[in-house]
Design a binder for this molecule. Structure first.
Ligand code: FMN
Length: 336
């Protein structure tokens, strides 16, 4: 039987499959079902600072109106000085999950203000988060330069690192103009792990109803290629942990990410589509594959097909890109 135990930013995991941030972790029951499904760790859904602020305003309005539901909500989530209702609910689920479940529970934070990033990160650590994942996504607006956006993301990491002692991961976007350089800068700024990649809301337009339709569709396996390529390119340049996120559909996708150099592989879409028990199907498939290939541990698989960095690699990659395009063009050459 292959040994699936894994290390993710210093956390010991029973296996390398991690449930990424999703609605499945909104409740303790949801997180428990992910753990019972077999995952080695859970990342909770993100706490959004602006939602906490909105909820705080709502609670003040309810309290002023002498509403019963205000009193009721206080009885579920007793008041903690300096923590608003939305934050209390998140921290309460986190605290209970961290206490009763035997896998690391990672909190996810998306702040808007400097104070929000540091205060919530600190509260998450106090509530028992094994680590904190920073969801640095925000819509920067057309005036912001790429460098400004990157500086802000590195600054957020610095702020959070200085306010907690648990490991801190940053969930990166695939849309930086130089993903590799951002990754190197994040490592320099103290990131304990990088998660490649976040997947964004792409609203659509319904031409019949003339409405904008909110969209966060589930991913398909082919979308994993971008993250896998970057993980393979970065593995030997970085000491920080790398987590793969996007496009895990079957056990092969796990194997491919590990071969590219991921320390852990995250999944949301597959678990939303097929249920939390699907985690065990993915892990059994990974185990079978490892046995078939003669791999006795994850350490033997990890990074086996990572790219070896050497001078002039850019030129080689370009040559590979051109060759791939030539082959693709030859394949689609038709009568047109
Ligand atoms: C319904 C839904 C909700 C999500 N919520 C969050 C979130 O709160 N924070 C976050 O960082 N990512 C969130 N994600 C992104 C996932 O964590 C993950 O990075 C993304 O779906 C790509 O992985 P996948 O291909 O396995 O789905 C969400 C994704 C979905 C589909």
């Amino acid at each position: 039987m292959a040994d699936l135990s894994s290390n993710y930013m210093g956390l010991r995991l029973q296996n390398p499959l991690v449930a990424s941030a999703s609605p499945l972790s909104h409740t303790l029951a949801g997180i428990r079902s992910l753990v019972e499904g077999g995952v080695g760790a859970v990342v909770m859904h993100s706490l959004f600072e602006e939602e906490v602020a909105l909820e705080a305003e709502r609670q003040v309005a309810l309290a002023e109106a002498g509403s019963e539901s205000f009193a009721e909500s206080l009885s579920y989530f007793p008041e903690v000085p300096g923590v608003e209702a939305g934050g209390r609910r998140y921290l309460s689920v986190l605290e209970r999950a961290a206490t009763v479940l035997n896998v690391p529970v990672i909190a996810s934070l998306n702040g808007t203000t400097q104070k929000g990033w540091t205060r919530f990160a600190h509260q998450m650590e106090s509530a028992g988060a094994a680590a904190i994942e920073l969801n640095v996504y925000s819509s920067p607006g057309p005036e912001a330069s790429g460098r400004e956006v990157e500086e802000r993301h590195v600054e957020i990491l610095g702020l959070v690192k200085s306010s907690v002692s648990v490991p801190v991961a940053v969930k990166l976007s695939p849309y930086y103009s130089s993903v590799g350089e951002v990754a190197l800068r994040m490592e320099e700024a103290g990131a304990d792990a990088l998660v490649l990649f976040n997947r964004f809301l792409h609203p659509d337009i319904d031409p019949e109803t003339l409405q904008v339709v909110p969209g966060l569709g589930l991913s398909s396996a082919s979308e994993g290629r971008l993250a896998r390529t970057w993980i393979a390119l970065l593995r030997q340049r970085l000491d920080t942990s790398l987590a793969a996120s996007t496009g895990v559909d079957g056990p092969d996708d796990l194997a491919k990410y590990l071969l590219a150099g991921a320390d852990v592989v995250m999944t949301t879409s597959a678990l939303l589509r097929r249920g939390p028990d699907y985690a065990q199907v993915l892990l059994d498939g990974l185990s079978d594959w490892m046995s078939r290939k003669g791999f006795t541990s994850i350490a033997k698989v990890r990074g086996l097909l990572a790219a070896t960095p050497y001078p002039g690699q850019g030129a080689e990659e370009r040559a590979g890109y051109v060759a791939a395009l030539r082959a693709a063009n030859a394949n689609v050459a038709g009568p047109w």
